[in-house]
Design a protein around this ligand. Structure first.
Ligand code: TYD
Length: 210
């Protein structure tokens, strides 16, 4: 019997306000235009575990950052293994999947509050099941990122967010350095014009879809 060819799994990462959503949309438009089949998804998911995370983020449920870190690992495992729409089965059956965030988000966002090794261990079942074919990191200056998200936040929140984004960006780079042998990480300059950047990203990843 011929072995089923696996689909590609392309992950987009970046700090909040990095322009990740725009780049994902431009990639989806391009793939749709070319008639290339794909499945697009995101984390935190819209599953019951993901919605618990959203409720904690919006303050409707009170919790601790350590709990959030553990919930993200659970949400991610469900994202992979859910019997209805788990992405592990999709990739194995030959479907290419694009995800807005995966475990590097956890490595970066949660190792600000606790040791990165804990986060990596909590996410190791996910890494063992499925590593990204490529992780596209859209790198932006945290100050510029704040500018993009400023419209929805107060001054105080913005200050707190900037400090946090600076740390999160540093943690991303720490994780990329640590795991560069096991992972395929593509760092791109998010300060560029979105259309120009989309072109550059496409040049790097088109081979995974065509
Ligand atoms: P989301 O509404 O998806 O924002 P964005 O469009 O910026 O991705 O919320 C994602 C937030 O959740 C973002 O601030 C990063 C955070 N996050 C974690 O803290 N840990 C994780 O493992 C993931 C996937 C996201």
């Amino acid at each position: 019997m011929q072995e089923q060819k696996k689909g590609s799994f392309i992950v987009f990462e970046g700090i909040d306000g990095s322009g990740k959503s725009t780049q994902i949309q431009l990639l989806k438009n391009r793939l749709a235009g070319l008639g290339v089949p794909f499945y697009s998804t995101f984390e935190p998911t819209d599953s019951p575990i993901g919605s618990l995370i959203h409720q904690i983020f919006t303050g409707r449920i009170l919790s601790d950052n350590k709990v959030v870190a553990a919930l993200f690992a659970a949400d991610r495992l469900d994202h992979l293994l859910n019997p209805t729409n788990g992405i592990y089965a999709k990739v194995m059956s030959g479907v290419s999947v694009i995800s807005d965030r995966y475990y590097f988000s956890s490595y970066a966002y949660h190792s600000v509050d606790m040791p990165m090794d804990w986060v990596v261990t909590a996410n190791s079942p996910c890494a063992q099941l499925l590593r990204a074919t490529a992780t596209v990191f859209i790198d932006v200056d945290p100050g510029d990122a704040i500018g993009r998200i400023a419209k929805t936040r107060s001054q105080l929140e913005l200050f707190e967010t900037r400090e946090r984004l600076v740390s999160v960006r540093e943690k991303y780079f720490e994780a990329f350095e640590k795991y560069r042998d096991a992972e395929n990480i593509l760092i791109v300059d998010g300060g560029k014009d979105p259309e120009v950047l989309a072109e550059e990203i496409w040049e790097k990843i088109s081979g995974y879809f065509l």
